[in-house]
Design a binder for this molecule. Structure first.
Ligand code: HAM
Length: 420
């Protein structure tokens, strides 16, 4: 038997209503904040991600689905959207049309990580990017949107963590201080952390190795070395969050796994989903547009993992969705009336009702069972003495009430169904 590839999942019809419910909330909140949807291709030139996300990151170094296509070009399935959105922003000169572009997206991403609960190789994100302003109110806006979406989904067990990575010069200065602190401990670091010491020293804060953690416990923190401008920016973000009633915590050890961040970074974690607890992550990236060949354009954004969010919703039973109902099920009582039933079904479907009937040559009893299984609000009984008199019977399944109509009077039947 051929099975779905490890780390990928089918979303079956029973799960689709939850996805649609989430998507409707996401679109409504983004629309309230005036974000417009953007769609970019699922694959891009590999260089885009290598340059955008950073060669030294886990995503680029270990996790990308990269292949050479038949023309010999190196292609990568997108591991995230920010690089693609920025590419599209530059390619279509979106900054010429308006000074600030507020964009959102929903779609599949691909990373070859070790699959576990809440971690997949094809997963889905929604997210937003605002390109063209360095206003700290936009940093706060990203966090507010993410939080509002989670709140509207009914999630409670949430923690918003924020940090600032400052401007590059203060970060470079701090990296030297961190390097000096770590040098005497270097031999005790794990193999991975020794590598990161050279390539991406901030990521040492992310190590789960016990020894590394002990060493990092007393490490100097970037936030203590931030310049005036970065501190002021961070302060304004905090004030805006407080004013919008977003509970948050400063996590000076929050370094994100992508290289493009400057100033604010944040994550929202859930206490309801186990170890893969980050429901979303994001931050400011004031150098990325330039890095990818555009002008000097500040940017900020976030992305959230839909599978993880739905897992948190399920664990918290944060919302429930009513079973879908059919408006009408047609029950054919005797042989020879199938065509009439079929044409009647088509007529009601074209009027906008959700209608079904038997395609399996079932008995009347089995057809009634099917009407119940599909939660049909009404059943139209076709056959018997009534049909011989040119009539059909409409049964209201919630109260058992029956009404008789002339068989050609679809408009009256339609109105009677609509009334309920
Ligand atoms: P990220 O932290 O790599 O950031 O991913 C954002 C979210 O996507 C995570 O918090 C998590 O919920 C979900 N996610 C990531 N990897 C997986 C996976 N393997 N399986 C399931 N869910 C996953 C970004 O992608 C940045 N582009 C965010 C951003 C936008 N920063 C600025 N703008």
């Amino acid at each position: 038997m051929i099975k779905a590839i490890t780390g990928t999942r089918d979303t079956l019809p029973t799960d689709i209503p939850k996805w649609n419910y989430l998507q409707a909330i996401v679109e409504s909140v983004f629309s309230n904040f005036n974000y417009k949807e953007i769609r970019t291709p699922i694959f891009e030139e590999t260089t885009l991600f290598a340059r955008g996300i950073g060669e030294a990151t886990d995503i680029v170094g270990k996790e990308m689905y990269t292949f050479v296509d038949r023309s010999g070009d190196s292609i990568t399935l997108r591991p995230e959207m920010t690089a693609g959105v920025v590419r599209a922003f530059i390619e279509h000169s979106l900054d010429k049309k308006q000074n600030l572009n507020k964009l959102f997206y929903v779609g599949p991403m691909f990373r070859q990580e070790r699959p576990q609960a809440g971690r997949f190789r094809q997963f889905h994100q929604f997210g937003a990017e605002a390109l063209g302003s360095n206003d700290p109110l936009l940093d706060a806006e990203m966090i507010i949107m993410a939080y509002d979406i989670f709140a509207r989904l009914g999630l409670k067990n949430l923690l918003v963590k924020i940090n600032s990575l400052g401007i590059p010069s203060s970060r470079e200065n701090y990296k030297n201080i961190l390097r000096k602190y770590l040098e005497p401990h270097f031999e005790k670091l794990s193999v991975e952390s020794k590598k990161r010491f050279e390539t991406n020293i901030l990521r040492l804060f992310d190590s789960k190795e016990e020894n590394d953690c002990k060493i990092m416990e007393n490490a100097p923190l970037l936030i203590e070395y931030l310049d005036e401008e970065s501190l002021e920016h961070f302060e304004k973000v905090k004030q805006a969050l407080l004013a919008s009633h977003i509970p948050f915590e400063i996590d000076a050890r929050l370094v994100r796994g992508l290289d493009y961040y400057t100033h604010t970074t944040f994550e929202v974690v859930s206490g309801s989903v186990g170890s893969q607890s980050a429901l979303c992550g994001g931050g400011r990236y004031n150098l990325l547009v330039k890095e990818l060949g555009g002008g000097e354009t500040p940017g900020i954004g976030f992305a959230a993992g839909i599978e993880r969010i739905l897992l948190a919703c399920e664990n918290e039973k944060s919302f429930s969705i009513e079973d879908e109902k059919l408006d009408l099920f047609l029950v054919t009582i005797e042989k020879g009336l199938e065509n009439f039933a079929y044409q009647t079904a088509v007529t009601f479907r074209r009027k906008g009702l959700t209608v079904d009937l038997d395609y399996l040559n079932r008995s009347v009893k089995a057809q009634m069972r099917e009407a119940n299984r599909t939660n049909s609000k009404f059943v139209l009984l076709i056959g018997g003495d009534e049909f011989a008199r040119g009539e059909v019977v409409l049964k209201n399944m919630s109260n058992g009430e029956q009404k008789i109509f002339s068989k050609g009077d679809t408009e009256k039947i339609f109105l009677s169904i609509k009334e309920n």
